[in-house]
Design a protein around this ligand. Structure first.
Ligand code: CIZ
Length: 300
């Protein structure tokens, strides 16, 4: 019933529904496109629909708005935020920029538009290594995720990378001990890990990558048992794509409370009442767009 209503309203409002890989299964199932934040922003940009319902967290809908300012971008739950993105204080960043005025500032896509506008280039977990390798400057400041920063540092040792101290509280809860105990039970368990996980988890992993890379890896390889060390939302897509493989979650703690705020009723009400519309200050949007476009250029 709710699903039919959503489909009807979607037509009436000339809307497209996008869902991040970490959303609830029922939200993923009604979405027109599912993926990571940058892919979804690109889909929004390329779409001929005038309204985009972005089922995710605030920085994702903001990035979509920056890349498609002419479209109405809706975030169904107003306070669906990202604690990692909130770990950058603007004044602290400005002071850091003065102190390291000779560095190139690289920010993860999990940042506010204001932070992006103060940085030189944005990266995602899929392209961070490639982009940082291609930056000419040897001195880089990377923010806010310390774990993704360390992961890049290990792969690009020729750069002097200064790290911020942010972290994702959900990925931080994924424990090495739990994974090792599961590996005792399931001997051929293949561990696929997101770079936002802590170093000790990364060290016992078979593969480290973004949500898209994890989904691609599990789909293209032919093992039987996979442990997915990231937010558990990706399991739904993995099972749909690979019905004959087993996917295990790293305990009961890898659930992002913000990603799970969006329910079908919120999607329905978002379409019905056109809420909550994302607005980004024009000057900030200009600066953030430049940093996002630098990502596109360097990732090519
Ligand atoms: O870029 C994204 O959407 C995030 C936050 C993670 C990922 O690996 O897809």
């Amino acid at each position: 019933m709710m699903i039919e209503e959503i489909k009807k309203l979607k037509e009436e409002k000339d809307a497209l529904i996008l869902a991040h890989n970490y959303q609830r299964p029922e939200v993923i199932d009604i979405a027109d496109f599912v993926g990571d934040s940058f892919y979804l922003s690109q889909v929004a940009k390329g779409s001929d629909k005038s309204t985009i319902v972005f089922c995710g967290v605030d920085f994702m809908a903001e990035s979509a708005k920056i890349l498609s300012p002419e479209k109405k971008i809706l975030l169904p739950v107003k306070d669906a935020g990202c604690p990692l993105a909130e770990m950058v204080d603007i004044d602290e960043l400005k002071k850091f920029k003065e102190k390291h005025s000779d560095a190139t500032f690289v920010c993860y896509i999990n940042t506010s538009a204001e932070v992006k506008a103060l940085c030189d280039v944005v990266v995602t977990s899929s392209n961070a290594v490639k982009i940082i390798k291609r930056i000419e400057n040897k001195k880089i400041v990377f923010l806010p995720d310390k774990n993704l920063g360390e992961f890049v540092k290990e792969r690009v040792p020729e750069k002097n990378i200064i790290l911020w101290t942010g972290f994702c509280p959900t990925h931080r809860k994924i424990s090495k001990e739990y994974i090792l105990s599961l590996k005792e039970e399931i001997k051929d368990l293949v561990v696929l890990t997101h770079p936002e996980c802590e170093r000790d988890v990364r060290e016992i992993s078979d593969f480290i990558g973004s949500t898209k890379e994890i989904i691609d890896y599990a789909t293209k390889t032919n093992y039987k048992n996979y442990l997915i060390a990231t937010e558990e939302g990706v399991i739904h897509t993995l099972k749909k794509l690979n019905p004959n493989k087993n996917f295990y979650i790293p305990g009961l703690t890898a659930t992002c409370p913000n990603m799970k705020k969006t329910r079908l009723i919120d999607v329905y009400e978002s379409l019905l009442y056109s809420r909550y519309e994302i607005h980004v200050d024009e000057e900030i949007a200009k600066g953030a767009k430049r940093a996002l476009e630098n990502m596109l250029m360097l990732a090519r």
